[in-house]
Design a protein around this ligand. Structure first.
Ligand code: PLP
Length: 454
């Protein structure tokens, strides 16, 4: 084995004073009209007052804002500086192992207290709620990444936090629940007996293992029924995607410093927030015709909303309580199989990502979970960091692109988002090594059955 002379820098760090101080709102630059959310009862476009029981006014304004940049309030900046700016890394060891002519960079969001990108929006949402007098936040969580991020942020800003956690994860993934407890949140398995929706689903199906769609309905009902409580969502919504753009704004500065602008930007997509956070600042240049950067969104074959779902109006939840939004969806009754990337098991996709896919700015790719874990292990053995199974979907796409580039004699620069670490997902790695992971693919007939009714 040869010891390599250091060539390019491995790690590009920003000083904490260089942290971007405003978010990028891509709504200002879209070259096509948006599709407004519709009221679940009247099916007419909703207004700010319809959302007021659930969200503070400042977040409702951000949801529909046409301002290109929105200043990050200084208490939010202070909170973000607990872990930001995050490092940009060159994956030179992976490049050498793949014998690729591509250059591979990644933005590492696993350094946050909760271990993923999710605290970027959690601290902003907690701040605006606190500022407008909210006492308590309710939310849902699947595998627990969002719940732990919001528990942490709520504690920072002095709010109570109530979390409906999908029952199967509550039972199978105890450690993220432990994190939520450390940060002072209350966590119940969903469906629970705390809400009408939960009681109804339990009466119909006492063994229900729950789903994100059900847990969202419970958290929304909780917030709608109490004056002191608002609801908080960890992905999908425009304001959430905007809060994540600090990732891409930092990455732009870091890539400039590395003198390497990306030809391909890659991220995994569940609801679309970490992908958008990295991609939107680079998409700004593509929309304005300054670059030809490609944008690649990677999802599981078991929950293929952008590659195989229908682009149409659908509910965000199973209980049909949320507004209808136009998105790529597998139908709000879809309960995906228990794949190990819990964060990618949402039936829909952010409306902004969906529209950009529909207009050809973003390409979707889907992978079966075994090939995703092949990529995760290859990455961990080359670069050290053990990726979250969600993030490993992006790594699968990057490795495939890097190998293609090698075979064609091309040398693109690839940038991807390593959205979180996998240190609380080691049971999934054990299953991979034990050979008990199975690949789940949806049949076309099943997809037609799910989306046919929409
Ligand atoms: C939640 C989560 C995701 C998926 O959510 P997005 O909103 O699509 O980013 C991806 N990676 C990690 C580590 C997560 O926790």
């Amino acid at each position: 084995m040869s010891i390599h002379a250091p060539e390019a820098a491995t790690k590009i760090l920003l000083d904490e004073r260089e942290m971007p101080t405003r978010w990028y709102n891509i709504q200002a630059d879209l070259p096509f009209p948006g599709s407004p959310p519709l009221h679940p009862g009247t099916k007419q476009p909703i207004g700010p007052q319809d959302l007021a029981p659930l969200f503070p006014m400042e977040l409702i304004k951000q949801e529909v804002s046409q301002e290109r940049y929105i200043d990050i309030p200084s208490p939010v900046q202070d909170a973000l500086r607990l872990w930001r700016p995050t490092p940009l890394m060159r994956a030179s060891r992976l490049e050498r192992e793949l014998k690729t002519t591509a250059k591979i960079y990644y933005k590492y969001e696993g350094v946050s207290p909760a271990g993923s990108h999710k605290p970027n929006t959690a601290v902003a949402q907690a701040f605006y709620n606190k500022a407008e007098g909210t006492k308590r936040l309710s939310t849902e969580t699947g595998a627990g990444q969002w719940g732990s991020a919001l528990a942490f942020a709520s504690k920072l800003f002095g709010l109570e936090c109530m979390i409906y956690m999908v029952r199967i994860s509550f039972e199978q993934k105890p450690y993220r629940k432990s994190m939520m407890h450390v940060w002072g949140a209350e966590v119940v398995p969903s469906p629970s007996d705390r809400t009408q929706v939960g009681r109804r689903i339990r009466a119909e199906n006492p063994d229900s293992t729950g789903s994100l769609g059900i847990a969202i309905s419970e958290a929304v009902e909780d917030a709608a029924g109490r004056d002191d409580t608002k609801y908080s969502l960890g992905s999908v919504l425009n304001h959430v995607l905007m809060h994540q753009t600090i990732i891409g704004e930092e990455a732009l500065l870091q890539m400039e410093r590395a003198e390497a602008m990306p030809d391909i930007v890659v991220g995994c997509v569940g609801g679309g927030s970490n992908f958008s956070g990295l991609a939107f600042p680079f998409l700004r240049d593509r929309i304005q015709g300054r670059t030809k950067t490609r944008f690649l969104a990677a999802e599981p074959e078991a929950c293929p909303s952008i590659t195989r779902g229908k682009y149409t109006y659908d509910f965000g939840d199973t209980g049909e309580m949320t507004p209808l939004v136009k998105m790529h969806t597998l139908g709000h009754n879809f309960i995906p199989d228990g794949i190990h990337a819990g964060g990618l098991r949402y039936h829909g996709m952010a409306p902004l990502v969906s529209a950009l896919v529909d207009h050809g700015y973003i390409e979707g790719v889907a992978y079966p979970q075994r090939s995703v874990f092949d990529a995760a292990v290859q990455f961990a053995r080359a670069e050290g960091t053990i990726p979250a199974p969600e993030s490993a979907h992006a790594i699968r796409a990057v490795i495939d692109e890097a190998v293609k580039a090698r075979d064609r004699g091309e040398s693109p620069t690839i940038l991807f988002n390593l959205s979180g670490h996998g240190l609380l997902d080691l049971a999934a790695y054990d299953a991979y090594f034990a050979g008990t992971l199975s690949d789940v693919t949806l049949s076309e007939a099943r997809i037609q059955e799910l989306v046919g009714a929409l």
